[in-house]
Design a protein around this ligand. Sequence first.
Ligand code: AMP
Ligand code: GLY
Length: 422
Amino acid sequence: MNVLVIGGGGREHTLCWKIKQSDQCETLYAAPGNAGTANCAINLPLSVTDFEGIKNAVVEYSIDLVIVGPEEPLVKGIHDYFLQDKSVSHVGIIGPQKAAANLEGSKAFAKEFMYRHQIPTASYAEFTSKNISEGEAYLANTQSPYVLKADGLAAGKGVVILEDLEEAKKELRRMLLEKKFGTASSKVVIEEFLSGIELSCFVLTDGESYLTLPMAKDYKRIGEGDTGLNTGGMGAISPVPFVSEAFEEKIDKKIIRPTIDGLKKDGMPYKGFVFIGLIKVGEEPKVIEYNVRLGDPETEVVLPRLKTDLLSLLTAVHAGRLNEINLEIEPKTAATVMAVSGGYPEAYEKGKQITGLDEEIGLVFHAGTRLGEEGVVTDGGRVLAATSFGKNSNEAVIKSFRTLEKINFEGMYYREDIGFDL
Ligand code: AMP
Ligand code: GLY
């Protein structure tokens, strides 16, 4: 079968790498892809929200299955767009329709969903410019730290956590009145601060049954010891040592099952990955957020641990036969270390020549790269993710350092402490 992966980051390169291993895969395309996907797929120069362009490509190349990597096309309704067009309505789309994609597209919608289905999460209230003084009063009655969330998509930057009440009130005004995050912050969710350790849980569902993929932990801060600005993710490990079997059962019973059942009860079709951002508060799991896609860089450790053929899994999702599939997981620990551009997550330069990629150096997924005239060059803040296996995360991470030591580009930086806190 012919397959298209939408997106151009490390997650999408990993998806392409894994799908290409399937006997069922004939021609693989990526849109727009990057220099890494170009090694295993045919890159199509299309934007991820160019629905018409994507549809035309699907028709032209007889594509049977489309895997949507990032959230933006899902929240904008790419799945619905395909279903409504007779020329492509038969094509399998991995990723939910717009209604369920709102779980990531609107924090308020996600909170209402969790409350409706008694899924453990932080207590909250939502405010707009119309009831800003109620929002200020709510803050005054809440304990510090204050968690303010722009309702809509804000490129991962829409969550602000502040210690000081007056600062929090100012931030609320900036979000609601000055539209700090554009229309994304025309509604703001104020939430109870939860203290604990975070983990990422990925579930694949066909809307009826589901399979839980290996848990992962992502390292979000730019600096070692989890300091400095938030990034898209500087590294990840899987499995997560503090997730015991008993804790995983709790996650299943209290969170995953009610989520999948809740989608069904609410009549929201869902064929795709659910990313549940969890926090372990004492011995209890609580939901921090839903995403309607795989995480990045978690994908770079989760998919390499999957022994089951990914394309068989995804075609089973499309056919509603996921209950017929068993997951086989590599028991070893996988770790990925992300090499980023100097300056990231603030301003950084692109177009830097990357050397050392030609030899057999280990598993390297491209996150922000493109093919320049003289080879592969940087094309984003997060550039390359080096994934390795080991008997524990330290062993795996050290192997990834060995890989990255052979690679070079101007300004290259990576954290040397991924997984060391565990
Ligand atoms: P989100 O965009 O919802 O994932 O939030 C970004 C980050 O903010 C999360 O990964 C957490 O580290 C933090 N965060 C979000 N909500 C809370 C909360 N209620 N309590 C503590 N930290 C939070
Ligand atoms: N690594 C977190 C995310 O993909 O949102």
